[in-house]
Design a protein around this ligand. Structure first.
Ligand code: HXC
Length: 404
């Protein structure tokens, strides 16, 4: 019996090392944490229960039968964030570059299914090179299974993705089907095809960073909802975000003790909004002064900056704030602002989060660029989202509400 236990512990030790110490060192040299270190920081201390630690791939082509690592490049399981259940998977770049095999995909879908069944968020930490080349179509079938669970989970449980290294090929699509994506500056990038393929197909020369770095996606493409300085900041902020969210659409958001007097008078708001309708002011300040203890978790801070979206609390309960920002493009509604706010409003509606809207808008943005870009369709998304939402909606017109 002792021998068996020792053999088991040795196997566990091997699994914990993933692709080995050399590759772990390389990961650290790049300024990245390992898959397991990330989970430790994300979850409450000692709360992680790992699943499928010894699962290995089943591929026998290209000499793969001799290259097996327990866990097969993804660490999966569940744990808690401030005592509340979450499911998690964390790609291990030290094992085949975190690439996705059929077995690896099955580990992820097992977590997704359990999360849907038990009503708790799924958090995916990405650091991976896409489909496991040696497995070919088996790997692609694995992606299809994951995408299917993303769709079934949509609107049922919150799904959060954090990109913490390369995220290429098939790996970009699952995050894109989740509710929120965040990236880490300088160490992560996200694209369907990398710079070499781009060069071959379009003859464009572009770096990893300029093609799919955190700055590009958080401010230009709007693919991601925020960019953080490093792994530690990213994981700490995800813990903060989870604190605002209900575990599923069957529950309401958690109530936090509030020491903010609901009858508090905020004198400074009397002077924040200028009498002159053309003078800008910072709407973010208004939100922070309305929210309990000034706590505001902004979503999409650097994209569509003419509208603000994010979570705060009023009397301890989560609300979604949506507000025109007169500091950016005079708070006009354009394609990016409409897309961003519509998605946010729909999330709030799915998850029983009341919406507080501060309006100070000169209307929709005129011009050919906007019309050719489909402003009518994108603007309609925002109208649809508001009209469809059945959660409580409170609107305050802080100065003007013109046009559409
Ligand atoms: C198998 C892979 C791999 C992959 C990386 N590795 N990607 N193994 N399948 N897709 C392995 C490498 O062989 C290497 O093994 C280790 O991971 C680290 O990779 P490096 O290249 O040394 O790291 P780095 O220089 O940081 O570059 C990372 C990378 C690059 C940019 C991700 O590895 C890369 O371009 N990989 C291939 C990307 C790709 O083409 N993926 C398939 C896309 S198609 P050793 O043993 O040396 O440590 C797809 C289908 C989508 O995903 C369809 C969805 C519908």
């Amino acid at each position: 019996m002792k021998d068996i236990l020792e053999a088991l512990e040795a196997k566990r030790e091997k699994a914990r090392l993933g692709g080995g110490t050399k590759r772990i060192d390389r990961q650290h040299e790049k300024g990245k944490l390992t898959a397991r270190e990330r989970i430790e920081l994300l979850l409450d201390e000692d709360s992680f229960e790992e699943w499928d630690m010894f699962v290995e791939h089943t591929c026998t082509d290209f000499g793969m039968e001799d290259q097996r690592t327990p866990g097969d490049g993804v660490v999966t399981g569940w744990g808690t964030i401030n005592g509340r259940l979450v499911y998690v998977f964390s790609k291990d770049f030290t094992v085949f570059g975190g690439s996705l095999s059929k077995a690896h995909a099955s580990k992820i879908t097992k977590v997704q299914r359990a999360a849907i069944r038990n009503g708790a968020p799924v958090i995916g930490l990405f650091d991976a090179g896409g489909a496991r080349i040696q497995e070919g179509v088996d790997s692609l079938a694995g992606y299809a299974d994951i995408f299917m669970e993303n769709v079934l989970a949509s609107g049922v449980i919150p799904q959060i993705s954090v990109i913490m290294g390369p995220c290429a090929g098939g790996d970009v699509y699952s995050p894109a089907m989740t509710d929120f994506i965040f990236m880490v500056k300088d160490t992560s990038y996200m694209y369907v095809t990398g710079p070499d393929v781009v060069k071959t197909v379009t003859n464009e020369t572009v770096s990893h960073e300029d093609l799919g770095g955190a700055r590009v996606h958080s401010s230009k493409s709007g693919v991601v909802d925020g960019a953080f300085e490093n792994d530690i900041e990213a994981l700490t902020q995800i813990r903060r975000l989870v604190d605002f969210l209900p575990l599923s659409n069957r529950e309401s958001s958690p109530e936090r003790p509030s020491f903010d007097d609901p009858l508090r008078i905020e004198e400074s708001l009397d002077t924040l909004v200028p009498a002159n309708p053309n003078k800008p002011y910072d709407m973010r300040e208004l939100i922070e002064k309305t929210s309990d203890e000034g706590d505001f978790f902004e979503i999409g801070a650097d994209f569509g900056t003419n509208i603000l979206t994010g979570f705060g609390r009023i009397e301890g309960k989560t609300v979604g704030f949506v507000a025109n920002q007169p500091m950016s493009l005079a708070g006009v509604l354009d394609i990016d602002a409409s897309r961003k706010a519509a998605r946010f409003v729909r999330f709030c509606d799915c998850f029983n989060i009341p919406i507080v809207t501060f309006v100070d808008v000169p209307g929709f943005m005129p011009g050919t660029k906007q019309e050719y870009g489909g402003l009518i369709k994108h603007g309609a998304k925002l109208l649809f989202a508001y009209a469809e939402a059945t959660v409580p909606k409170v609107t305050v017109i802080t100065r003007k509400a013109y046009g559409g």
